[in-house]
Design a protein around this ligand. Sequence first.
Ligand code: SF4
Length: 462
Amino acid sequence: MIIDHEKLELLSKATEPGQSELNSILKEASKGRGLGLEEAASLLAIKDADKLGELFKAAGELKERVFGKRIVLFAPLYLSNYCTNGCTYCGFRAQNRDMARRALTIDEAVAEAKALEEMGFKRVLLVTGEDPRWGLDYIAGAVRAIYEKTGMRIVHVNAPPMDTDSLKELKAAGAGVYQAFQETYHRPTYELMHPSGRKKDYDYRLSVMDRAMEAGFGDVGIGALLGLYDYRFDSLASIAHSLHLFKTFGAHAHTISIPRLRPAEAGLNEVPWRLSDDELKKVVAVFRLSVPSAGIVASTRESAPFRSELIKIGATQLSAASKTNPGGYKGEQTLEQFSTNDHRSLQEVVRSVVDEGLLPSLCTTCYRVGRTGHDFTDKAMAGEMEKFCQANAVLTLKEYLLDYCVNGSKEAVNKAIDAGLKEVKDEGAINEGLKEVKDEGLKKVIIERLKELDEGKRDLYF
Ligand code: SF4
């Protein structure tokens, strides 16, 4: 059983840990091997400000040990807002008959991806509603066309659950991560929130990550729409889901997203289980310590200052410049799926990550060199990813500086590249992917590659 409701209900009422219990959980977490549900439940019960401070500090430190200072940036690309489901909280639901529906043609999807490429993005996440008229062939066609006609280096997909054969086709089209959120793992709430459409089927949705892994996706992205039910239950269930994948396939969820429910047009007026900023920070920190290999994704649902806090306590990926309506990057004004709360451009987000002393990254390497699935999980848990992430962040930031950065930010970005380079650990940093330079230090190779970028080469990575 992936989700044991009775157990999770009990654990979500755990009491706050005493100081010695907290110390011992954080000590265990600092090993980077993850935590069990009981420990995660104790951490989620923390209310005391000092203990929260300790939790956030431990999570921030572990994040740096696993992934270095890099923060990966990407953009969502909404393909279609046609949907046959009746999710009560979503502006795209079928019952919202007055809204203008729009499905991009493949050429329009390519144009949107090009608009993102012109901003400097290298990774894009395709998002679509659930409607058989814009199903697998359409999504896979968009993935292929974006690779063929733009410089996007990786295309991830957030799409409705499918059967294993369809997921195989999606994978064959070149999709990187397959993402689908359970929304809430709490079955009674799920049934209430999803009264109609195919999404009504809780079990079909819950089992899609198993099918995706069987279909060859090493990397899958999970998440709960926090605020539909008790955040403690849904956070623990997300960890349980990832533990199930690890046990079954040897790979944890590649990403865990932390969308917090926001009012949407024609959706809910009230958030049923509203959670505070501190509670969301706690969720991020607990995910970081419980599933150290997972990317934690904070979207533009959250404000700019709050996202700056989240990246210091364990979040590793930010969407940027997001439009959540089809055609949004080319200026169309149709209804957004949710109202965004951070309207900054990619350049502004890059600059603010730099100002936080972190390293913006447009890296897409792992998906392209097959460092995925259990290989990725193993490397991340063994502390071997940090050097790749740091090196590739430096290289992609340099490309960004050369090709997209406008004057105001150039100096700051240049300094960040230097600072990032200083942090690359030299000792024993040569990896299997670098056999040809076995006798040299990683830092030396990065410096050579930076020079090659200056000379006009592109897309260099480790
Ligand atoms: S090296 Fe891999 S994990 Fe690190 S940023 Fe690049 S793609 Fe992500």
